[in-house]
Write a protein that binds this ligand. Structure first.
Ligand SMILES: C[S@@+](CC[C@H](N)C(=O)[O-])C[C@H]1O[C@@H](n2cnc3c(N)ncnc32)[C@H](O)[C@@H]1O
Length: 210
């Protein structure tokens, strides 16, 4: 099943399934970004809008992109505001986002589905103003090495969604090549993860002045 199709199938239950990774990501994102105050925010792979409500709180305008019609429909039904614009877009193609106009670009739990990080980091960097930040939160590669990937239960069957392994250095190198400096990197455990490798990794990059 294609990634886009799989997410549309998952969209009706994504918010309600038992999913520690989703819940931890929300906590981490809230903890990292809650004190920001931005004019324009770009969200990559917004899904059902789990983090979009926070972005709406900390930004005047949010452009939220995703390629799954089902996920976008869920997000739109939850967040009815004039400040958030949900647009269907494939992140592996050119984005409908204005160059140099965002203070913050965020991307949560999406990049495992994208094979080549470089074009994403290139477009994120292009979209940011100088000094702007790119926040990335992803399934930790240590978990990927053990075989974990995004999955959901559909009609009693576990559906695994196609995923690509990205090592920690793949993220930092894609950033470096595209004019983004690493401000911080953190590793995160869910409360059920005692003695296990970290579940999530997050990066905060800053766009260097030209
Ligand atoms: C695990 S969900 C995460 C959604 C949301 N960011 C969150 O944290 O709950 C992954 C999302 O990425 C989207 N996605 C995956 N590959 C994409 C691509 N190439 N272009 C646009 N969206 C993509 C999927 O449709 C899905 O909504």
């Amino acid at each position: 099943m294609k990634i886009q199709e799989a997410y549309t199938r998952w969209s009706a239950t994504y918010d309600y399934d038992r999913n520690g990774t989703r819940d931890l990501d929300r906590q981490v994102t809230e903890g990292t970004l809650a004190d920001r105050n931005c004019q324009n925010i770009l969200e990559l792979g917004c899904g059902t809008g789990k983090n979009t409500a926070l972005l709406d709180r900390i930004g005047r305008k949010v452009l939220a992109l995703d390629f799954s019609p089902g996920m976008l429909q869920q997000a739109k039904s939850k967040l009815k505001t004039d400040h958030v614009f949900f647009v269907r877009a494939d992140l592996t193609k050119p984005w409908p986002a204005k160059t140099g106009s965002f203070e913050l670009v965020v991307c949560n739990l999406v990049l495992e589905h994208i094979e080549d990080l470089d074009p994403v980091f290139y477009q994120a960097s292009q979209s940011l103003k100088a000094g702007g930040e790119f926040f990335v939160s992803e399934l930790h590669p240590f978990r990927q090495y053990q075989g974990t990937q995004a999955n959901f239960l559909s009609e009693q069957e576990t559906v695994e969604i196609d995923a690509f392994v990205h090592h920690l250095s793949d993220f930092t190198e894609a950033a470096r090549k595209n004019g983004l400096s690493l401000k911080s990197m953190n590793e995160w455990w869910h409360e059920e993860d005692l003695n296990k490798p970290p579940r999530l990794v997050s990066f905060l990059f800053e766009k260097r002045a030209a």
